[in-house]
Ligand binder design. Sequence first.
Ligand SMILES: [Cu+2]
Length: 109
Amino acid sequence: MKRIVLAAALATALAAALPALAATPVYKGTVGPGFTITMAKKPTQAGRVSIVVADKSSIHNFHLTGPGVNVKTSVSAIGTKTFTVTLKKGTYKFICDPHTFMKGSFTVR
Ligand SMILES: [Cu+2]
């Protein structure tokens, strides 16, 4: 009987937490396989966002910096990595560390 009550409480807690997770906007970043680094759609508003980075090359990385944020993928690793960050007002830059001409930016207002 106690287990059922506990399970019900857990289900209620999960249901309460889910809308907050679902509300986190998702943006995509891509680096490689050639000498390109892009974000198809860029964040413009402050707040929590998830950035899903597809790192398609073992010679590039995706390094995002800006107010309160400094996250990066490894140069040698290939794969998808998700960063959940809180954006603030200001300019954010994404760059490939070994090739600094590969870069982009977006501004949060
Ligand atoms: Cu590079």
